[in-house]
Design a protein around this ligand. Structure first.
Ligand SMILES: *Cc1c(COP(=O)(O)O)cnc(C)c1O
Length: 400
């Protein structure tokens, strides 16, 4: 049985946290408990014994099981691992990132409450606030979260139950100063929720920087192989964790066992993948910044990126996402997206394979006409972990 030490590093936790060998068979990875219900040892006597009870670790998920919507051992293993990686008291795994976001909003907000969201938020997050939460009396206000002064003013003008932040943000890679925003949010009586999808816990741990809740689309870097959709919430407060777990069970938005298992398989290699994503993306960003067909590059690793210093303070690396504006305009940007050989034209991000997309007509189409509309000449790259020279040559050829 893996004995984890409080000083164990991230790479060790990614492989061992929540993932003790199966006490029944010795299986080295947690099995897929593809099961809906569990035999009870007498009415109300949930089994605390062999399989679940023998697992070591903080043991959040080892109490008896009754029904897999409420708890499932494979999902529990993933949740324990994610809580360890983010340094939170508890994690919950969901069927998708959007299901996680929905659970957080509904657990925290009541009709009449107000939320500040990034003015360049992920399109699906904007849609959830604009078209769904608004129907239940929860209003929102977009702010440039990279500007603490703007957040302070918005808090003074509108108040907020929650300050919702992405950093880096989903399309323009802007950077929010998390300790500064935590202080502003808390002194206004608001929670700070951080969508950490772009950075992953390997590069940035928002709880340690003051966040109350961390949101993940585990579909992206945590899963890492473009083969499963999932989401997670990690929180720093046990009371909030209880409220979220109650709502997750009451509404039935949890991840299934096989999806949880795939995600857990992915997360083991998160540190080595992220290192390569970061180094490949940095080289791609430098090439683009020097290319005549490129008007502007958005990558927090570039020294002239406005968030570079903040990113360097709160992140271990600058990530694998690069956006840029094509100097030839919208049609040239769209045409380029159809001309790459290795970069696959597709939505999503964070997988081992490189992807290219046109946010204005794809991932962020739902923000068209809103304050969150993206430039029409913007191209977004999810730089994968292929050979970097091959990737750069592919982009050069498509820009030609
Ligand atoms: C993809 C994504 C989401 C939504 O997650 P799903 O797993 O697609 O539901 C939320 N936030 C960010 C930043 C994302 O990139």
């Amino acid at each position: 049985m893996a004995q984890l030490d409080s000083g164990d590093g991230f790479e060790t936790l990614a492989i061992h946290a929540g993932q003790e060998p199966d006490p029944l068979t010795g299986a080295v990875v947690p099995p897929i408990y593809q099961v809906s219900t569990y035999k009870q040892d007498g009415v109300g006597g949930l089994r605390g014994g062999t399989i679940a009870g023998a697992a070591s670790g903080p043991g959040r998920w080892i109490e008896g099981y009754d029904y897999s919507r409420t708890a499932n051992p494979t999902r529990g293993a993933l949740e324990e691992c994610l809580a360890a990686l983010e340094g939170g008291v508890r994690a919950l795994a969901f069927a998708s990132g959007m299901a996680a976001e929905d659970c957080l909003i509904r657990a925290v907000c009541r009709p009449g409450d107000h939320v500040l969201i990034p003015h360049d938020a992920y399109g699906g997050t904007f849609r959830l606030f604009d078209k769904v939460a608004s129907m239940w009396g929860v209003s929102y206000h977009p702010v440039p979260v990279s500007d603490p002064g703007a957040v302070r003013d918005a808090l003074a003008a509108h108040g907020a139950r929650m300050v919702w932040v992405e950093t880096p943000t989903n399309q323009l890679l802007s950077i929010a100063d998390l300790p500064a925003l935590a202080q502003l949010a808390h002194s206004a009586g608001a929670l700070l929720a951080v969508d950490n999808t772009f950075a992953s816990p390997y590069l940035q741990q928002p709880v340690a920087l003051g966040a109350d809740a961390v949101i993940h689309s585990t579909t992206k870097y945590i899963g890492g192989h473009s083969d499963v959709v999932g989401g997670a919430l990690v929180v720093s407060d046990a009371g909030l964790a209880e409220q979220l777990a109650f709502l997750q069970n009451a509404t039935g938005s949890a991840a299934g066992p096989f999806d949880a298992w795939l995600t857990l398989r992915g997360v083991k290699t998160l540190p080595v993948r992220m290192d390569r994503h970061c180094s490949n993306a940095a080289q791609v960003a430098i090439m683009l910044a020097n290319h005549p067909a490129v008007a502007q590059v958005y990558y927090p690793g570039l020294a002239d990126h406005p968030g570079h210093e903040t990113a360097a303070k709160q992140m271990r690396g600058f990530g694998g996402m690069v956006s840029f504006r094509h100097a030839g305009g919208a049609e040239a940007a769209v045409a380029m997206c159809g001309r790459t050989r290795l970069f696959t034209l597709g939505e999503s991000l964070g997988g081992v394979e490189s992807l290219i997309e046109h946010p204005g007509r794809m991932t962020h189409a739902s923000a068209a006409g809103s304050p969150l509309e993206v430039p029409s000449d913007l191209v977004r790259l999810s730089v994968g972990i292929e050979n970097c020279d091959d990737l750069i040559e592919d982009l050069r050829a498509a820009l030609r």
